[in-house]
Ligand binder design. Sequence first.
Ligand SMILES: O=C(O)CCC(=O)C(=O)O
Ligand SMILES: [Fe+2]
Length: 328
Amino acid sequence: MLRRNVNNKERINGNADIKTSNNITKAQSNLRNINAELQNATKYSTHRLWTRAVIATSLMVVVYFYSQQRHSKETKFALAKEKLPLRIEKFECSNGYKAEISRYPNCVPKKCGRFVSDQLVEHDEVEVLLDLASKILSMAGSSGGASVLNLHTGALSYKEQFVNAYRVPKVVAELKQYQLGIYNSVKNKIKEAIAEQFEIPASSLYLTDPTFFSRLTNATAKTMNDEYWHEHVDKDTYESFHYTSLLYLNTYQKDYRGGRFIFIDGNDDNPTKSAIEPKKARVSAFTSGAENLHHVEQVIEGERYAITISFTCDPDQAIPDLQIKNYN
Ligand SMILES: O=C(O)CCC(=O)C(=O)O
Ligand SMILES: [Fe+2]
């Protein structure tokens, strides 16, 4: 009996064991199902998170580009990679310019405007002028970012002031007749081109002061003269100017980074930019009134060389050509 009971017990125990092991298997399979569901749910929510992140990022990118465009709509007036015979744009003169220039009837442009030409001045001529400017400016130069050499007045940047270049013997020794001859002849070609494009006689245009070489770098400004990047109207900065021209002596992205010339057009609510990328032997010229508000972007790296050659219609503001007979 005892044995039977024991046997029964064993059977019962055996049955219980089987049941328990069934239960364990079931529980394990439930656990696996739960695990699988959990994994699915995690996968699904990770997927959802990614989708949301991608959508949010795309939206942010679209909003950013849209706002950038609104604030700095820019057209390229002249790219460095282009070789332009002539690109010209004409528009109405500003009222102030019109009123002032009307005192010189022969000099009034049919329309105001701006042009760029890469075929007015020869590369060989520019080489000579660049060599002259870089040699002299390397003997002196501003301790800030903008150095100038004005061969008409002799003004030469030196540290935080100006010295008279004609009183520095090693500077004078650098000046050669042929260089100054090229300087004068380049100036004349540009004057003729301005007269032709703005439909006025060349005889009504006179070279005026300041006309100067410039070297711009990224050095920290030490004086106001070093802050070359501010927006300005040439006629406000230099009263005698009626037509401004620039001859670039070296090339954006090749010799330096930054330093593009930017016209600011449109109005305060909707300003637009028109960019000129300077390049060797490129001439840019424009009427000097408020119709041609502009600035130079800060140079990021390298040295940017140019000559600002300025013209007036007022004979009283004229300056003579460089005298070359005193040099070797
Ligand atoms: O160097 C330039 O491109 C322009 C300089 C300028 O705006 C100026 O001399 O008035
Ligand atoms: Fe200017």
